[in-house]
Ligand binder design. Structure first.
Ligand SMILES: *Cc1c(COP(=O)(O)O)cnc(C)c1O
Length: 398
């Protein structure tokens, strides 16, 4: 009998009861806007920022409307100029070049390696072309952050980290988002904590922090933040920083706070699932698993593998055969953008130079979500299906 998987790759766990209770409390109070506080009251949004700053060890933290908003806010807070080139990963998702374009700047793409991290040799070669790098830890793969920071520090490049897939991850014990000048996170449903939409931004730089708070739409109510610099810093920036409204609200902050407390446990659960799929795929002929270095503490909320040198037709056949057995794979090499997935050359508003090395890798790159609603048995079954179908196509095509 042919095994079939019947789970849903887009099904997240329910919001924890404690978080639901906190949300109901906020709704009963009617004060959903973060600056709508009674005397002596602290808004849920301000508490969320304080707790996330403590969790990451950052001096300052700001909660905003989305991960993409956090990226755009970070660019403006470091003073990006219209038309300015900004280095970024060729392998990422559309909100990253979108944030750069949204700030009026121009993405300059850096290639990807077979281990699915930014190509540091390519970065070094392009380091003289920009003063900002928006580094996307795409699908949770952390590059050698020590070498990356050495390259960027030597070239005077400010690093903004896109940690949409690395909340809870670390490199050599340093939390993701804490190597660069700023770290940006997403709380959108498919990330590591879930408020539907939402973003967080952390930094140790007081001026960047004050500008980000003003940008997010604080008006002159910035003294109601618990993880922001003092009023003297705002005095320096308040007349020159526009309000680009994109605040977090108390309802979402309330459901996020209990989830942050559970983050470490969730990371372990994700990694248990990742390990089962990885083990099940290991040694499949024609299939390459990216290496995960010792220094990397990752969050296995999704898994990627390469079919190196495979034709588009053969990859497509694997996709169809897996789909027929209930296993939904995404292909980063597809010619047309589809669902959440697109390729750097899909973004025609931000033209790219030819990147043959990166194209070769993306052509064989498959990706799969691992929601926590999957059991370890589910994960083992999924791996058996992929292994069988990759094997069948590999054999048939010699
Ligand atoms: C989701 C995501 C973002 C943007 O986050 P939103 O909260 O959806 O705006 C940015 N970068 C990457 C790599 C993402 O996956």
């Amino acid at each position: 009998m042919t095994e079939r998987f019947t789970g849903t790759f887009t099904q997240q766990e329910p919001i924890p009861e404690e978080a639901i209770a906190a949300a109901v409390e906020v709704m009963r109070g009617g004060r959903l806007h973060r600056y709508n506080t009674l005397p002596g009251e602290t808004a849920e949004a301000a508490l969320l920022e304080q707790e996330f700053a403590a969790l990451t060890g950052a001096r300052y933290c700001l909660a905003v409307a989305s991960g993409g908003y956090a990226l755009g806010c970070a660019l403006r807070a470091v003073g990006v100029q219209p038309g300015e080139p900004v280095l970024t990963n060729a392998f990422t998702l559309a909100p990253v070049p979108g944030a750069i374009a949204g700030a009026g700047a121009v993405p300059v793409y850096v290639g990807v390696t077979e281990d699915l991290v930014i190509d540091l040799d390519d970065l070094a070669a392009k380091a003289d072309r920009a003063r900002i790098l928006m580094l996307s830890h795409m699908r949770g793969h952390l590059c050698d952050m020590d070498r990356l920071m050495a390259i960027c520090d030597a070239a005077g490049i400010t690093v903004i980290e896109d940690c949409a897939h690395t909340m809870g991850a670390a490199w050599n014990g340093v939390p993701s988002g804490r190597h660069g000048a700023l770290g940006c996170y997403s709380m959108q449903t498919y990330k590591h904590v879930n408020s539907g939409e939402g973003g967080l931004l952390v930094t140790d730089d007081e001026e960047i922090a004050a500008r980000a708070v003003m940008l997010s739409g604080s008006y002159m109510l910035y003294d109601r933040h618990l993880a922001a610099p003092g009023p003297e810093v705002f005095e320096r920036v308040k007349y020159t920083t526009p309000n680009v409204s994109g605040r977090m609200d108390n309802l979402r902050a309330a459901i996020l706070r209990p989830q942050l407390r559970a983050l470490d446990t969730q990371v372990d659960r994700w990694n248990d699932r990742y390990a089962v799929v990885e083990e099940g795929l290991r040694g499949t002929p024609g299939l390459h698993l990216p290496r995960r270095p010792q220094s990397e503490r990752y969050v296995g909320s999704s898994i990627q593998f390469l079919l190196p040198g495979w034709t588009g037709e053969a990859v497509q056949e694997v996709l169809s055969r897996c789909a027929a057995r209930g296993v939904e794979l995404k292909w980063f090499g597809g010619a047309e953008p589809s669902g959440f997935t697109s390729r750097y050359d899909s973004w025609r508003y931000a033209p790219s130079e030819p990147m043959p090395q990166t194209d070769r890798i993306l052509r064989g790159l498959l990706d799969m979500r691992l929601p926590l609603t999957f059991s370890l048995e589910d994960c083992a079954l999924i791996a058996r299906i992929i292994r069988a179908e990759v094997g069948a196509v590999f054999q048939a095509r010699g």
